[in-house]
Design a protein around this ligand. Structure first.
Ligand code: SF4
Ligand code: SF4
Ligand code: SF4
Length: 254
C-alpha cells in the first residue's frame, strides 16, 4: 500500500506541492489557504520565526470513515492506497463530510451538479506506477511518496537520527487505525495536529451512529437518490434552467 510522508523539518515553505496539485487536478488559481472544493492541499505556517510549515490534505485512512458512512459506495479505499470518489454514484448526502475525523471532504456548493472534492492521491498517476504530483514537485524531499511500511521505517530512522529535532511520533502510523499520509516534525508542528483521533479504526463507530437512525437513513437516502436521478435526467435532457440555488457555506477547516 502506498503512502505519503511529510517531514516538516525538511519543508522550506515553497508551496511547490500546492502548485503541482492545482495543476495536476486542473483547479483554478486561488490564494485560498484553507482546504476547499478548489484546494485539495494547503500549506499552513505554524511558526513564522522557526519557519515551520504543515501540509493539510486527505489522510487516505487505511480504514476510512468516509467510505464506511457513504450509503452508496461513492468513496472507497483502493489496494494501492488512495481513497477515491465516484461522482456517478454520489447522491449528495454528504455523510462522508460528517464522518471524516479530519474534516477533509469539501462540497461544490456553487455548482448545479455538485461533487464532493478532496485529494485522491493522484489516483491515475499512482495506478501508472508514478509518484504523486506533490511529491514529484517537492525540491527537498519533505513530501515523499512510497510504500507505507517503508516510509514508516524511514520516518522512525529520521527521528532516531536527530532526536532533538523531532517529536517521537509518526502521526498517521496508528491514528484512526492508520493513515496513508504520515507526518513527522518538531513538537511545535506536531502540536498543531488533532490529538483527539483514537488509535483504532473508526468506521465501525460511524456505522454504529448511523445504525441508530435507520429510518432516517433510509428515508433521506431514498429521497436523495430520487432528487439526484431527477437532476441527472434533466441535465441529460438539457432541461436545466440557469437559475442557481446556493446553499449556505459550511464552516471550519481541518
Ligand atoms: S481523511 Fe477523511 S476523507 Fe480522507 S480518507 Fe480519511 S475519512 Fe476519508
Ligand atoms: S496526492 Fe495529488 S491530489 Fe493529493 S495533494 Fe498531492 S498532488 Fe494533490
Ligand atoms: S514542495 Fe516540499 S518543501 Fe515546498 S512547501 Fe511543499 S512540502 Fe514543503
Amino acid at each position: 500500500m502506498n503512502a505519503i510522508l511529510f517531514d516538516a523539518n525538511e519543508c522550506v515553505g515553497c508551496k511547490a506541492c500546492v502548485y503541482a496539485c492545482t495543476s495536476e487536478n486542473e483547479l483554478p488559481d486561488s490564494d485560498e489557504d484553507r482546504l476547499s472544493d478548489r484546494r485539495f492541499t494547503v500549506l499552513e505556517e505554524i511558526d513564522e520565526d522557526e519557519e515551520w510549515y504543515l501540509r493539510r490534505m486527505c489522510m487516505h485512512c487505511v480504514d476510512p470513515s468516509c467510505a464506511s458512512a457513504c450509503p452508496v459506495g461513492a468513496l472507497k479505499k483502493t489496494d494501492l492506497g488512495p481513497v477515491v470518489y465516484d461522482f456517478d454514484k454520489c447522491i449528495g448526502c454528504r455523510y462522508c463530510m460528517v464522518a471524516c475525523p479530519f474534516n477533509i471532504p469539501r462540497y461544490e456548493w456553487d455548482s448545479m451538479t455538485p461533487r464532493v472534492r478532496k485529494c485522491q492521491m493522484c489516483r491515475e498517476r499512482v495506478a501508472e506506477g508514478k509518484s504523486t504530483a506533490c511529491a514529484e514537485a517537492c525540491p527537498t524531499g519533505a513530501t515523499k511518496f512510497g510504500e507505507r511500511s517503508a516510509l514508516i521505517a524511514e520516518a522512525w530512522q529520521r527521528i532516531d537520527s536527530a532526536p532533538d529535532a523531532y517529536a517521537r511520533h509518526v502521526y498517521g502510523e496508528k491514528e484512526a487505525g492508520g493513515t496513508c499520509v504520515l507526518i513527522i516534525g518538531p513538537q511545535g508542528v506536531m502540536d498543531a495536529l488533532n490529538p483527539n483521533i483514537p488509535d483504532g479504526p473508526l468506521p465501525h463507530r460511524t456505522w454504529f451512529v448511523l445504525s441508530q437512525i435507520p429510518a432516517a437513513v433510509a428515508v433521506v437516502g431514498a429521497g436523495l437518490v430520487g432528487v439526484n436521478w431527477i437532476i441527472q435526467r434533466r441535465m441529460k435532457l438539457g432541461d436545466v434552467t440557469t437559475t442557481e440555488t446556493r446553499e449556505p457555506t459550511e464552516g471550519g477547516a481541518s
